[in-house]
Design a protein around this ligand. Sequence first.
Ligand code: SF4
Length: 503
Amino acid sequence: MPVKFAKYRTQVRARRSELPGYEHSGKLSRGHGITVKDIHDECGVFGIYGHPDAATISYLGLHALQHRGQESAGIATSDGQELKVYRQMGLVADVFNADVLKTLTGSAAIGHVRYSTAGSSTLLNAQPMKCIYSGGSIALAHNGNLTNFASLRHQLLARGHLFQSSSDSEILLQLVAAHYAPTLGDRVAAMMTQARGAYSLVILTADQMLAVRDPHGFRPLVLGRLEGAPVVASETTSLGLIGATYEREIEPGEIFIAGPNGETSCSPIKAPRLARCVFEQIYFARPDSVVFGRQVNTLRTEFGRQLAREQPVQNADVVIPVPDSGTPAAIGFAEQLNIPFAMGLIRSHYVGRTFIEPEQRIRHFGVKLKLAPVAEVIKDRVVVVVDDSIVRGTTSQKIMDMVRSRGAREVHLRISSPPTRWPCYYGIDTPSRKELIAARIESLADIAQELTADSVGYLSVEGMHQVVSGGGGDGYCDACFTGRYPVSIEDQYAPRGDKTDTV
Ligand code: SF4
């Protein structure tokens, strides 16, 4: 078994061990990068077709998606004859400059920002990925994770395919290239019958740009228009930055194609149910984006209101957010209970990538570098700290310590999402189940004790769904809260229809 493939199999087995029924195998071990949250954004994709400034527009579009991935950035362009690709490790602003953009000629482009959720953080795994197949050159950029990537990779290796990276995105590229069909759209449709899990894609050839979304619709992908040119992006915030108008979502299961003969769309695959990632709305997406048809800032404020109804704090003097992602929920919480809102923690936006390191000792240091308490807001007060989620609890504990050290009389932690008890397999890098505080510790009182908070309260699963969809949770994935995985990660390669998707 090739070394890299052996590593993949190990990862998949380890992740399986965290599924319901595998709880006690204790196999998982994986390092993770560090931010204020111990949970990471995934990737962002962008594409534009038929615009004279395609590379520069893509550069700007990727800027607005930087929150979705900070490890690498890349752009591929087409001048109608050939594809050019430039990708490097680093932030969009560091990777590209005017000289680089000048070399990316052509009126069609796709772009990508990456945080690694499958495959390691190396330049070989950066995107867009490009190869030459029987139809010419093709480049692909992917947001999401395949749940059957190990078996697909094994199948392709057995058939003689060569891989340059350890990314599951290369499997998608190879699947498209491997199918013999009259059109590229047909090849992509055939790929969709094999790929399982989460994928929002942009694909570029010499004369076409495609946007593709998996049939469950895990990750967002929207269509807009700039001076007549179709634009696709992971989030609407990209469209706003470049001055494009929003048209609609790329629908789950849809293949959108822009080419010399105009635009076409088809939906060859239907899933038994939608599984849009509710964590996009809780934490990942930018608050100014519209995700799955809902304005994210409004939703987050409403999460805070619902949390206040479910988990009020008596006699509180002030509500402070954990910035930036906890701010809308804190505003909603404070408004609902008519408690003063204040910025009791200030976030530094200038902490460099030096501190994105998977070392426990650096993580602790990093929290202090990123957040600083404001004593005037906190001293002698009963303080409610509102955040959008707790993952390991390490960061929350540091925040509780910070607030208390500035003289708070009581510190109550309120979380505008349900307890995160399960890892994600669909493109979000969550720690292992044994590292998740709400999986390790059952009672709220014990969690509060570990975090040194006077009390802890979470939004209920029912309350979350009430806010998102009016109740029930239809059409959404909530597996990291409930363990109900909409697509089994134990899927191995099987012709479509041989297995059921739902659990
Ligand atoms: S498991 Fe959680 S983070 Fe992953 S797709 Fe589902 S809701 Fe989103």
